[in-house]
Write a protein that binds this ligand. Structure first.
Ligand code: ADP
Ligand code: MG
Length: 616
């Protein structure tokens, strides 16, 4: 075939494919247009997964009759004029492609009346062919109706899912914009039924109630806006992002990352990096495989970013990505640490668990004190969570020692560790069941799980060592021989370098045995052949597990070492040992939970005691 210019309609359909991939992309463009038109109320109607009908109505500025044909022309927009405008985009749209693209693959009717006009007008476009603009009665604002979406596009170009799934995508999109724009009243109607609405009262929490429900909303905490003084000073205020929003308490979580949303200047954006910043802030407070719920608004000078990365505008590029990353992580970490106080026992006869919430597995343990992990649960969640309690790891520092690239905080320099609230000074009263240390603090009784607490202390110590210069290694007076099966030996041999990185010195010892000459110093007291064997197998078998949780091998490994080295439940401790443990716990940042995300302590406040004894 010789080279030919494609016919216009073919070219238009190909171009449209970039913008309009599925029904939800249409919904997105229409909602963005309504928001750009200063709408206060936006209503979405959808049928047949969006293929039969998508209608978006708004009460915004409207489109004058004479502008209507132009609205459907490619690269026609009222939002920017010149190239330089591209650097200061304050609107969601700017490419002037959406209506043209949608009209290339569907039948579109536009009905609109600018607020100031007395009469409205209407025009239809059928597969790119523009009809006559005719007068029509209309409320102030714009209604765009899309029918027969993709009807003329060869089926093999479409990768659509079932109608129900496409509908779900469309509704999710609307929900995201409802979270981003609490001042706007959103309504969704699916197959003739109203399925969603927000009050439009300007409160983000109201939108969260509408989208995620009251139970989740009750578990959300607001991010404090940072004062200028708290921000890194090497940047001017226009360069600095302002982060606001809500994040879930560690006791409230989901099984996927889908509930983490970012809005940059009101635009919903996807960003793996920012996801990482949020999850990093929960490190050690959420069990692996659990993800927080977050609604995070980032306000940033438009000159500090590029939104013109992709035709669908779902990605943005930040000029100073590290700054945005660090601001998000700081804000989330501060909020999470401030709320994850020791779980409070409340209510009569310890009946109402105040923390963790009923979403958490702890709550279902009938009869157990709320918040205290049962042994069964502790055993069930032997997978270590992820760790780092502080802010970012200083890039390049000490990481070189480790294998596998060290701790994966991509390119972020520590901006000063986020200070968690330290524990108040506690007076040790004694040990219960050889497992819990009971203490008195400024407001009542604090009960500490000795294993969880010790695990947390050891982990923080090792993390600090790792950051500073690498894990301290301790040569064993008597090297220990560990007997392994052939495949186990191979696995250990494959990891010798990584194991060395965290303080082990191991060498072959004939047959399938290995000789352990040195261990992480923390572990030296526990270096018996049997426990070393168990630990080594855990460490070398954890590659895929760590990877699937987005952890490095070292993160995973240190948590395992801490767990092994920590004193166990059931071990009697002298009063001196108990005091020492509490003293060390007071120094720890994320003292509320062990590295598996289980609580380290439960608090029984004086008020709760008074209630129990009917004193108030
Ligand atoms: P863009 O949003 O990139 O400007 P679109 O193709 O989405 O391009 O829309 C073209 C133009 O049509 C917009 O610039 C705007 O002037 C007008 N328009 C589209 N939808 C609406 C609406 N709901 N209310 C008012 N004007 C609209
Ligand atoms: Mg647009």
């Amino acid at each position: 075939m010789s080279i030919r210019q494609l016919p216009r309609d073919v070219a238009a359909k190909i171009a449209a494919g970039e913008v309009v991939e599925r029904p939800a992309s249409v919904v997105k463009e229409l909602i963005e247009n309504a928001l750009d038109a200063d709408a206060h109320a936006i209503r979405l109607e959808i049928a047949g997964g969006g293929l039969d009908l998508i209608r978006v109505s708004d009460d915004g500025n409207g489109i004058a009759a004479e502008d209507m044909p132009l609205a459907f022309a490619r690269h026609a927009t009222s939002k920017i004029d010149s190239l330089s405008d591209l650097e200061h985009i304050n609107t969601l749209g700017f490419r002037g492609e959406a209506l043209a693209s949608i009209a290339a693959v569907a039948r579109v009717t536009l009905l609109s009346r600018p607020r100031a006009d007395t009469a409205g007008a209407q025009v239809s476009v059928d597969e790119g062919v523009l009809g006559q603009v005719t007068p029509a009665g209309a409320p102030a604002g714009t209604t765009i109706t899309i029918r027969g979406l993709f009807a003329s596009v060869p089926a093999r170009f479409l990768f659509l899912e079932t109608g129900a799934t496409e509908t779900a995508h469309c509704l999710r999109l609307l929900e995201q914009y409802a979270l981003a724009w609490p001042v706007v009243r959103f309504t969704a109607i699916s197959e003739g039924r109203q399925v969603f609405n927000t009050p439009g009262d300007g409160k983000l929490l109201s939108a969260i109630v509408a989208v995620y429900g009251l139970r989740v909303a009750e578990q959300m905490v607001a991010l404090d806006e940072e004062s200028d003084a708290e921000q890194p000073q090497e940047h001017t205020s226009s360069e600095r992002p302002q982060v606001s929003g809500y994040v879930s308490r560690p006791s409230c979580y989901k099984a996927t990352r889908q509930f983490i949303s970012f809005f940059v200047n009101g635009r919903w954006v996807q960003s793996r990096t920012l996801n990482y910043a949020v999850e990093e802030a929960y490190h050690s407070l959420l069990l692996t495989g659990r993800h927080p719920i977050a609604v995070i608004n980032i306000a940033l000078d438009p000159a500090e970013m590029d939104v013109n990365v992709h035709p669908a505008k779902t990605e943005v590029r930040f000029l100073r990505e590290r700054l945005v990353y660090a601001a998000v992580q700081r804000a989330v970490r501060a909020a999470v640490l401030a709320t994850a106080e020791a779980p409070e026992l409340s209510g009569r006869a310890f009946s109402a668990p105040a923390w963790p919430s009923s979403d958490s597995p702890f709550a279902s343990l009938d009869g157990a004190l709320p918040g205290l992990p049962s042994a069964a649960l502790a055993a069930a969640s032997a997978t270590p969570g992820s760790l780092w309690p502080g802010a970012g790891v200083e890039a390049g520092q000490s990481v070189a020692r480790g294998a596998a690239g060290g701790f994966a905080v991509p390119g972020v320099a520590a901006e000063g560790a986020v200070g968690g609230k330290k524990l108040p000074a506690l007076r040790v009263l004694g040990q219960v069941s050889q497992s819990y240390i009971i203490t008195e603090g400024p407001d009542g009784v604090y009960m500490v799980d000795q294993h969880a607490a010790h695990e947390r202390i050891l982990l923080e110590k090792m993390v600090a060592e790792w950051r500073a210069r690498g894990i301290a290694s301790q040569r064993l007076l008597e090297p220990q021989t560990v007997e392994l099966a052939a495949t186990e030996r191979e696995a250990v041999e494959d990891h010798l370098e990584q194991l060395r990185g965290i303080g082990f010195e191991i060498e072959p010892f004939g047959g399938d045995a290995m000789l352990v000459r040195a261990v992480p110093a923390t572990l030296s007291a526990q270096a018996h052949p049997q426990s070393l064997r168990e630990l080594l197998l855990e460490l070398v078998g954890a590659d895929s597990e760590a990877a699937s949780h987005g952890e490095t091998w070292e993160e995973h490994a240190l948590a395992n070492v801490a767990c092994k080295a920590a004193i166990k439940a059931g071990q009697p401790l002298s009063p001196e040992e108990q005091r020492e443990m509490i003293r060390q716990l007071e120094q720890v940042d994320a003292h509320q939970s062990c590295c598996h995300g289980r609580p380290t302590m439960v608090h029984l406040s004086l008020a709760a005691l008074e209630r129990e004894f009917d004193r108030r």
